[in-house]
Design a protein around this ligand. Structure first.
Ligand SMILES: O=C(O)c1[nH]c(=O)[nH]c(=O)c1Cl
Length: 310
């Protein structure tokens, strides 16, 4: 069974990887993803120029429908992840994620990456929902265009963007109209569904501390929105912009469905957090089983092959 994909000239021997932010905070965690059977790549925790502690208090919770998080962008700094990525980029194609709190921070980090020995892929996170007072850039189409214009004036290495989920067909049209104007290597869709709220039934209290309990939703609850965003963007984006599908992956059928909607790679967040890096081998085996049932021996045979009723 062939389960490879290519983005920006990189060949991925497996289509699975971690979702940024999950199991990728330290070199110890990153090494586990790097060596996990079934994982074809990894992405580092979204970085800021300087180290950040993130939001105080309980900031992650699992629940029957998935997870809720308001981490607040805790990370060990761009240099920490850049050093790791440079040290390991010859072992697998790797993604380095950045999430500046300002356009200036993003451009500063991109200049540093441009001038560095890192030659993998950069994921510009435009969708963190959990920094108090900071809006999700991906919902501001003019600002997104502005950042990409200033970025592509100097940045020549493979770059993609991590997008928030969109819930209006008009917004699929609008973000695609922006993205199609730039030589992006990929989009990664979706980030968590921003600013949900969950209650602990024992105590009638919000499950997480930051922002009065408001946080990004992931896991099973995110699957229909992830499928719609992968499909909606695949249908609208230039063929040269590849799609990483993220959201709601619990089993091989979920991976299959994201590929069916157009995903080239598939990333796993909540279920990786709950199960650990052995999840990749399980998902790979379950995907192979699903493909066998359907008569496919290569993911390239059914990518974007979703049927509709009319
Ligand atoms: O709170 C976070 O660190 C966080 N949490 C998310 O669910 N998505 C993000 O992009 C980020 Cl940056």
């Amino acid at each position: 069974t062939t389960m490879t994909a290519s983005i920006a000239g990189f060949t991925f021997e497996d289509i699975l990887l971690n979702a940024a932010g999950v199991y990728c905070q330290t070199t110890e965690e990153l090494d586990q993803i790097l060596t996990a059977p079934g994982a074809g790549s990894l992405v580092t925790k979204s970085a800021t120029p300087a180290e950040r502690a993130g939001n105080p208090g309980v900031r992650y919770a699992d629940m029957p429908l998935g997870s809720i998080n308001s981490m607040g962008l805790p990370n060990l700094s761009l240099d920490y992840y850049l050093d790791y990525a440079i040290a390991h980029q010859d072992e697998k194609p790797l993604f380095l994620s950045i999430a500046g709190l300002t356009k200036a921070d993003n451009l500063q980090m991109l200049h540093e990456i441009q001038d560095s020995d890192f030659n993998g892929l950069v994921e510009l996170n435009l969708s963190c929902p959990n920094v108090p007072g900071k809006p999700q850039t991906g919902y501001d189409f003019d600002t997104t265009r502005q950042i990409l214009e200033e970025t592509f004036a100097f940045f020549k290495k493979p770059l993609g963007v991590k997008l928030p989920p969109y819930f209006d067909i008009a917004h699929f049209d609008m973000i695609a109209a922006v993205l199609n104007d730039f030589p992006l290597a990929f989009v990664n869709t979706i980030n968590s569904i921003g600013n949900g709220l969950m209650v602990d039934p024992e105590t009638d209290t919000a499950m997480i501390a930051p922002k009065g309990g408001f946080g990004g939703l992931g896991g099973a609850i995110a699957k229909p929105t992830a499928l719609a965003n992968v499909r909606g963007l695949r249908q609208r984006l230039n063929a040269g912009i590849k799609v990483i599908g993220t959201g709601g992956v619990q089993n091989g059928r979920d991976v299959y469905d994201l590929v069916l909607c157009g995903a080239d790679l598939v990333s796993v967040g909540t279920t990786l957090h709950q199960e650990g890096p052995e999840v990749f081998n399980r998902l790979k085996a379950e995907l192979a089983e699903q493909m066998k049932l359907k008569g496919y021996d290569d993911v390239n045979q059914f990518r974007s092959a979703l049927q509709t009723l009319n």
